[in-house]
Each structure stands twice: as C-alpha cells, then as structure tokens.
Design a protein around this ligand. Structure first.
Ligand code: G6P
Length: 369
C-alpha cells in the first residue's frame, strides 16, 4: 500500500520514485481521450472556461512553484494573460479583480488555510470562475471551487512535496492546452504533438530517476556546505526555485534561486569557491544565455553543477560538473528537470542525517495562519 516503505529508506525517496506511475495515472484520462477537453476539469467546465480572458493562480510553497511554471505555459500556449501570487499575500492586499479571469488554486492537501482564504477573498471580489488543482478528493479547497482537476499522485507522506508537484504540472499543462483549444489557438498538429509528449513523459522521468547514483555522488560536495545557489531561466527558473526550496527544507542548507540573467544584479557578489552553483540548463532557446551566465560564475571561482540534456554539448572541466538526461523533451522539460533537484536534496539530507520525512519546524499541511 502507499503507506508502506517497501525497499525505500524514506517516504520522500519512495515518492520521488513513484513519479512515473503518478504522472501516468494523472494523465490517464487525457491519453485515453487523445485530445484536451474541458471535461477534464469537470462536467460543466466548458461553460466556465469558454469566456475566460485571463488566469490568476494562487498557492503556497511548492504548489506556488508549479503555478509559476504554469504561467509560462498558459501565456505561451493559450495567449491568455496569467498572474501567479502567493496566497498569503493576495488575501491581504487590495486586489483588482476581473470577473472574466479564472482563479486557479493549487494545493496538494486541499486544506492549506492561506490558499483557502485567498480563494474566499477572490470570490468576495466578484470572481465566480474558480478551479482547484488538488491531490486530496473532497478536501476543503476543491469543495469551494466550481471546477476541479484531481492529481492522482496518491497519498504523499513526506513533508517535502515531490510527486504532488510534478502531477500538478500535468494538470496545469492540460489547462494551458485546453484554454488554447477553446481560444482557437491549438492546431490539430500541436494537440497531437502535446499528447505524444505527455505519453512519453513517464519514460523520460524514469530516465531522470536512473541518474540517482551520479546525483548521490554530487551530494558529497553539498553535504559540508553552508550555502548553495540555484540558477535557471525561463520556464526552468521555477525549477531552480523548487530545487533551492527542497534543499532548504530537508538538508537545512541555505539555498537561494535566481533567474540566471539577474546574477549580475546582486548574487554574483556571493560567489566564491565556497559557493556551489546548481544550474538547470536544458537545451532550450535560452541555453546560450545560460552558458554565458555560467562563465560569470566560473570566473569568480564558483563550482558549477549543471543539469542538462544529452544534446546540449557541454563538456566537463575543472570546476564544471555535468549530469545529462538522455534528451531534451521540449515543452514538458521542466517536469523532467525537477527529478534531479529532488534527488540532490534527498541525498544531501541523507548524508547530513536530518529527519528527511519530517524536517524540523515544518508541517505537511498548514491549516492555521
Ligand atoms: C506546506 C508543505 C509544503 C507545501 C505547502 C503547500 O508548507 O510543507 O510541502 O508545498 O504546505 O501545501 P499545499 O497542500 O497547499 O500544496
């Protein structure tokens, strides 16, 4: 059962390895239909989604970072404006509501108080179109929302969220594609290409999981450190944020993430030979930009730990370590590149001997303010 550890040492490790299955289950209805349909989000979803002119995402923690990836997808694929905000900020500011925008809350537990209150606040401002992306059926947030997409990650026990994050991304990608379709912006060829990309995703995630022994070796370089910097650009910037969050949460190493182009506006001052720098650098349109950011780090003595794909022709050199996933998977790349940062945090925490599944001061679900 999902409540047993089996061959794993921690629930977090088990949940990391469950991701191919969790992703497959979450996308099952999409793959079976072979198309993106509003019914993925509920029986009467078409009526709600059709007139939507923009998207407001609200969430906390790791769920906020999946929302941050989704913003890139929603604007690029559907052409609709999309904002993402931390729920505890949104709920206490005077926000301007556009009732033609869809409010999307993202929550693994469905019980996070700040996210629930942000949803109530949005409704009080006149938002009627609400969608919950949630992993726990019948929890408070989906019950308070018009539409629901349930991720099928299964019970997540480890406090640090892993499989909930990647399955949320599947639901959010499906939302971007569905909104694009309703707006006449998704050609049949593109739709078929996206379905095919989803179909290959569990296998690509499995290939990334197979990198675990190499990543465990890297973790030896992080175990004695006090700080680490994570860099990414574009749709992979939120993956850098998620990698830094995982490392903070379970290994207690201070980690920060920056969009790589922002290095020169501050964090470069922190870089010396005591600062390991993790770079999420898949072979996408920003790769050349990321490479020059990496040279800026190297020139200050920072040691680089680069996650990339096989087709990006990086070479290892003094102070530059490279781990490659087998190939660049295109639009779903942020999902595949989440796996290495999860594994890096896990193995670093393991070596530091922390309580991986129950990190100090943190709770699985925060139902108080
Ligand atoms: C807590 C958990 C995090 C989680 C966040 C949001 O802080 O420790 O792992 O990302 O809450 O939780 P939710 O259930 O709303 O996704």
């Amino acid at each position: 059962s999902s409540l047993e550890l089996g061959p794993y040492r921690h629930f977090m490790q088990k949940e990391i390895h469950e991701q191919p299955r969790a992703l497959g289950d979450t996308m099952e209805a999409i793959i079976d239909a072979g198309v993106f349909e509003p019914t993925l989000f509920g029986k009467d979803a078409e009526a709600v989604l059709r007139g939507i002119e923009g998207v407001q995402i609200l969430a906390c923690g790791t769920s906020f970072y999946s929302g941050s990836v989704a913003r890139y997808w929603i604007e690029a694929i559907s052409g609709l404006p999309c904002s993402v905000e931390i729920a505890s900020e949104y709920r206490y500011r005077t926000a301007v509501a556009n009732p033609k925008h869809l409010v999307v809350t993202i929550s693994q537990s469905g019980e996070t108080l700040d996210t629930m209150e942000a949803l109530k606040y949005a409704k009080s401002l006149g938002h009627e179109h609400t969608l919950s992306i949630c992993n726990v059926p019948e929890s408070a947030i989906p019950r308070a929302s018009k539409l629901v997409f349930y991720t099928r990650a299964g019970a997540e026990i480890g406090v640090a969220s892993t499989k909930a994050f990647t399955t949320q991304l599947v639901g959010l990608f499906a939302l971007a594609a569905t909104l694009a379709k309703l707006n006449g912006r998704l050609s049949e060829e593109k739709e078929a290409e996206y379905i095919e990309a989803l179909r290959h995703l569990p296998g690509s995630v499995q290939h990334a999981l197979n990198l675990e022994p190499q990543i465990a070796l890297w973790s030896e370089s992080f175990t004695p450190r006090h700080h680490a910097l994570f860099l990414g650009r574009g749709v992979h910037y939120p993956i850098a944020l998620e990698g830094a969050l995982k490392l903070k949460e379970i290994s207690y190493i201070h980690a920060e993430a920056y969009p790589a182009g922002e290095l020169k506006h501050g964090p470069l001052a922190l870089v010396d030979d005591a600062m390991p720098v993790v770079v999420i650098a898949p072979n996408d349109s920003l790769l050349e930009k990321v490479k020059s950011n990496m040279q800026e780090v190297r020139a200050r003595g920072g040691e680089l730990f680069v996650f990339t794909d096989a087709d990006s022709n990086f070479s290892e050199s003094e102070g530059v370590h490279v781990i490659r996933t087998p190939r660049h998977v295109g639009v779903l790349s942020p999902i595949v590149h989440t796996i290495p940062v999860q594994l890096l945090a896990y193995h670093t925490a393991l070596a530091r001997g922390t309580d991986v599944d129950k990190p100090r001061n943190l709770a699985k679900s925060v139902t108080v303010e």
